[in-house]
Design a binder for this molecule. Structure first.
Ligand code: HEC
Length: 212
């Protein structure tokens, strides 16, 4: 009987310590964080996801992009800082994820960190071609193709202005065109919305030498 009560008290202590460490401590440190006012736009920071990007965030989750991409600019990493790699202008902080129902931090980096991909690669057409066939815009890419997010269809009348400019092995049969589905459009809207290049009180952006 004595052993049983010691065992039960032990289990209780394990749960209590985990709760204090994971829930209570984190909440006391981060629970008070709020968005801040954005003097430039009159809105707030971090900005809310808008329009198609909201649905695009779900496509990002469903397609498993997190398996190879992080969304967290780190201060240091084994091979150097992420800022030196051109992946951001300041380290990511907790406030950056306030608006996210799921924070896609990620831990595997087979591909680049995508926290600021909207600043780095602002051309939607580039993203469509890259998703359709990564090797066509990045030689030797090991990123899988997401061509299932596109539709190959017969050209009805005029070629769509959304049709991808594909050449070589990717070119569709004569009389056909490749267009992004709604999922691809939403996903790209989400990628273009990914930018954390604004300063936060706890994460200022250092001005480049010579900048005013
Ligand atoms: C199996 C791993 C893997 C998966 C899954 C994956 N990627 Fe990639 N991704 C890579 C690699 C490797 C690169 C670098 C080569 C290249 O640009 O194609 C890359 C590059 C990128 C780039 C260019 C980033 C830059 O700074 O040049 C974007 C954007 C991107 N991926 C988006 C996505 C999206 C969106 C998904 C999900 C739909 C996804 N990736 C899924 C491996 C992956």
């Amino acid at each position: 009987m004595h052993r049983l009560s010691t065992f039960l008290i032990g289990i209780l202590l394990v749960f209590l310590t985990s709760w204090v460490g994971v829930v209570a401590y984190s909440s006391s440190r981060l629970g008070h964080l709020d968005p801040i006012a954005d003097a430039d736009t009159g809105g707030s920071l971090p900005p809310n996801l808008q329009g198609d990007a909201i649905a695009g965030q779900r496509v990002y989750a469903a397609e498993g992009c997190i398996a190879c991409h992080s969304q967290q600019v780190r201060q240091t990493s084994v091979t150097g800082t992420d800022i030196a790699r051109g992946w951001g202008v300041r380290p990511s902080v907790a406030r950056d994820y306030l608006r996210d129902s799921t924070a896609f931090l990620g831990s595997v980096r087979l591909g680049q960190d995508l926290s600021n991909v909207g600043v780095r690669l602002p051309d939607a057409k580039w993203h469509y071609r890259h998703l359709y066939h990564p090797g066509s815009v990045c030689e030797g890419s090991i990123m899988p193709s997401f061509s299932h997010l596109f539709e190959v269809r017969k050209i009805q009348g005029q070629r769509s202005d959304q049709a991808l400019d594909l050449t070589g092995v990717d070119a569709p049969k004569a009389g056909c065109e490749v267009v992004p589905t709604a999922e691809a459009k939403n996903l790209v809207a989400y990628l273009l919305s990914l930018r954390h290049d604004y300063p936060l009180p706890e994460a200022p952006v250092k001005k480049a030498a010579g900048a005013k």
